[in-house]
Design a binder for this molecule. Structure first.
Ligand SMILES: Nc1nc2c(ncn2[C@@H]2O[C@H](COP(=O)(O)OP(=O)(O)O)[C@@H](O)[C@H]2O)c(=O)[nH]1
Ligand SMILES: [Mg+2]
Length: 451
């Protein structure tokens, strides 16, 4: 998503560090490059202008130019300003004092409203809420059917409506009544969209707003449409008043400009991002983490959230102990690979890792089922003693293991190499994690596969 921008910014910082001493001239040059990088990432020009002015003001200050490590200082300033531009701190959903909290999901056609409604129901259920869904898209029966299917998928009740209920308002009112009766604390209203903003749509949404008094009106924006997404968010906000944004399709190859502009242009926070078509592909938006990710500092915290959500914590805890006690055996390696398989694409995980050293090359690696099976077969063919003492595995043992697992000696050699690399990588991962300090120390460390 932010690959290009990330690469360019890191190059600017590298050059700055190489300068030894910061001068007004090389600062100006760096700022010019940052400006171009942001514009190329499709960030709104007004946002770029404001950003550069703010960074300049701080970076040109006496303290920075005379600081011991001016390059580092500038990185920090850019990081802080990026975080600010993205909204500063995480913006959580608000809830009504008196349930049910009504959340209107609005936006243009195809932006991802229906999908996001279901994703949100899933997230809220996991947080011990009891959401209820309703689709008020009366123009396209298929749209309502789509939400019914998704509702099943996320185990959330949906109000289906009666034959007489042909108006969005009627449907929404009945759905709220049903939510109250069913003891549901949140009503998610998936609305109809249009290809363009028009009067009829706005009138309809206004009526829903009046009647339901929603606590949140979330605008769903498609990141792939770049500045169009920002413009329509602005327009919806002017005409309806939105309270937050869900930016979808962040898993695509959009340049990221929408994500970086929407807060400044609309004044409304990004609350969630959609990162895939499946109903579990919704993430809370953390400005500080995203800023760090863009600057190549990695997003270890999101990585941990993700891994922790998928991997059972007992195993992770055990793994952490093993790592710290330097007792990470081939058996652990195998268990870990089995766990990691659950996480799906390794590419997604690597996105979140600090872009340094050997990790950078792993970024596009994908988990290959047959590779996983081969690794598991090889380790299964070892004796328990060998699994715990990899140094024992000499040439003749390697031949025996290859035969036993139906692989080649080359495969066995590769596996042992991967295992050794993983041990090394995990150590450096712990090192980096350690730098994050207190916040991190409460968390469990997951493992990472070696391929
Ligand atoms: N890759 C990806 N596709 C998404 C995401 N969110 C929605 N989609 C897809 O976008 C299309 C339109 O979504 P839908 O929810 O029907 O949009 P709506 O018309 O606004 O209700 C569907 O094919 C979704 O699967 C996302 O975060 N990532
Ligand atoms: Mg829809």
């Amino acid at each position: 998503m932010f690959d290009n921008l990330s690469d360019k910014l890191q190059r600017v910082f590298k050059n700055l560090r190489g300068e030894g001493k910061l001068t007004t001239a090389n600062m100006e040059e760096a700022l010019r490059e940052i400006r171009v990088a942001l514009l190329e990432a499709d960030v709104h020009f007004k946002v770029v202008k404001q950003f550069i002015e703010q960074v300049k003001e701080k970076a040109m200050g006496e303290e920075v130019l005379t600081a011991l490590s001016p390059g580092q200082q500038v990185v920090k300033i850019v990081r802080d300003e990026l975080t600010k531009m993205l909204g500063g701190h995480q913006s959580r959903l608000r809830f009504a004092n008196e349930p049910p909290t009504v959340i209107l999901i609005v936006g243009l056609q195809g932006s991802g409203k229906t999908t996001s409604s279901a994703k949100l129901a899933r997230v809220l259920s996991k947080e011990d809420h009891r959401p209820q869904l309703v689709s008020v898209d009366v123009y396209r029966p298929a749209a309502r059917h789509q939400l019914s299917i998704l509702a099943k998928n996320v185990n959330t009740p949906i109000y289906e409506g009666t034959a007489e209920e042909s108006k969005p308002l009627d449907l929404a009112r009945s759905a709220r009544r049903e939510a109250v009766q069913g003891g549901r604390d949140i009503l998610l209203v998936d609305t109809a969209g249009r290809q363009h903003i028009d009067e009829q749509l706005m009138t309809e949404l206004h009526e829903l707003k009046e009647a339901l008094n929603p606590t949140e009106i979330l605008f769903v924006a498609d990141a792939m449409t770049g500045q169009d997404a920002v413009r329509s968010a602005e327009e919806f906000h002017k005409r309806l008043g939105i309270t937050g944004v869900i930016l979808t399709k962040m898993d695509g190859d959009a340049r990221g400009g929408a994500a970086l502009s929407i807060r400044t242009i609309t004044g409304q926070p990004l609350k969630y991002v959609g990162v895939g078509e499946k109903t579990d592909a919704l993430e809370a938006f953390h400005p500080d983490r995203v800023a760090s990710r863009i600057l190549g500092m990695g997003d270890v915290l999101s990585l941990l959230d993700k891994v922790q959500a998928e991997i059972d914590s007992k195993t992770a805890e055990k793994m952490q102990e093993k790592l710290l006690s330097d007792d990470f055996t081939l058996e652990d390696f195998r268990d870990q690979i089995k766990q990691i398989r659950k996480l799906g694409s390794l590419g997604g995980l690597m996105e979140l890792m600090p872009q340094i050293g050997p990790l950078k090359d792993l970024k596009n690696a994908k988990i290959d089922e047959s590779e996983v099976n081969r690794v598991v077969a090889i380790i299964d063919s070892m004796t328990p003693h060998e699994r715990r003492n990899h140094m024992l595995i000499n040439g003749s043992r390697r031949r025996r293991i290859a035969k036993g697992s139906g692989t080649s000696v080359q495969d066995v050699n590769n596996l042992l190499k991967q295992y050794a690399q993983t041990r090394k990588m995990m150590k450096s991962f712990i090192g980096q994690a350690g730098m994050l300090g207190k916040k991190f120390s409460k968390m469990k460390l997951p493992g990472l596969p070696g391929f």
